[in-house]
Write a protein that binds this ligand. Structure first.
Ligand code: AHG
Length: 280
């Protein structure tokens, strides 16, 4: 696991350098979900693939930018799913973006997740790693990731990050979000799940939601690369992650690019979601 964390750190430094110097341009290729890929997406994907392929214990990698999982070492046992540059469409407006990693032991399924990690490329580069019951924050300084502190969520927060197209929300979902705002919650939504969830984690709590809606019944965010890694981090930090009714970490994944509705937050807000969705 130490070698995997080091490979993620090396990848993050290389991706940060690519973000800083790369001209922003669209490539002609589309990823497996049909989105036009930015060159930075492809570059970040290749960087992570290269760093992880140096580690003998990594059996398979799966990336948001690759249609199918890729076998690296027959004798390895870790399966790593990653979104190399989440929110890459925000780079050209200079908002924060991130890389997300889910580390699974044996197979790419939620119940086998043993660690997860994300990196935020913002005014500073920070890395959050959840493993063995702890969520740790690191800061990139002078070329090295230095440990800062452990992250714990409060029981209740003040931030609301409501994703999705509002006119496609179910009426009960809209009523629930309206009720949170009526209760004093502040809107904090950049359109990048990494900085939006990082803010909730570091400010002690709140709710990030990306529901199933009429335009996207199964939500937008991908289970293996986005939803499960953050679910693992939120649960380890003392919060919750559900799809409306159930823990997302109990979901089955049929296809590597499956999506899921998701709600991440501190206990109070997610309990409200479970209550509202349980009645609808
Ligand atoms: P992309 O990588 O295509 O920019 O998508 C980013 C993801 C995620 O980071 C974010 O939370 C969500 O899409 C935002 O989606 P909406 O714009 O639909 O709210």
């Amino acid at each position: 696991m130490k070698l995997i964390l080091q490979a993620i750190e090396k990848s993050a430094i290389r991706i940060k350098n690519a973000i800083d110097v790369k001209d922003i341009g669209y490539s002609q290729e589309q990823n497996s979900s049909g989105e036009t890929q930015l060159q930075l997406d492809i570059q970040s994907d290749l960087i992570i693939e290269e760093e992880l392929s140096k580690i003998a214990s990594v059996h398979t990698i799966a990336s948001e930018e690759k249609e199918l999982p890729m076998l690296l070492n027959e004798n390895g046992h870790y399966h790593i799913a990653f979104d190399p540059l989440d929110g890459s469409s925000l780079v050209d407006v200079n908002l924060s973006v991130g890389s997300i990693f889910g580390i699974y032991d044996g197979e790419l399924t939620a119940s086998k997740m043993v660690a997860s990690c994300y990196v935020v490329y913002g005014p500073r580069v920070e890395l959050v790693f959840a493993h063995e019951g702890k969520v740790k924050l690191y800061l990139l300084q002078a070329g090295e990731f230095e440990y800062v502190k452990e992250i714990h969520l409060n029981e209740k927060g003040k931030i609301m990050a409501p994703g999705g197209t509002q006119q496609c929300w179910a009426p009960y979902h809209k009523a629930m979000i309206d009720a949170f705002f009526a209760d004093g919650y502040r809107l904090r939504y950049s359109g990048g799940m990494v900085p939006d969830l990082h803010q909730i984690l570091l400010k002690g709590g709140g709710l990030f939601s990306y529901p199933g809606a009429s335009d996207k019944p199964e939500g937008k965010l991908r289970q293996l690369f986005e939803v499960f890694p953050f679910a693992f981090i939120f649960e380890t930090a003392g919060g919750r992650a559900i799809d409306g009714a159930n823990r997302v970490l109990e979901k089955e994944t049929k296809h590597v690019h499956d999506t899921s509705p998701c709600f991440f937050g501190s206990n109070y807000e997610v309990s409200v979601v479970a209550d509202v969705y349980g009645r609808n």
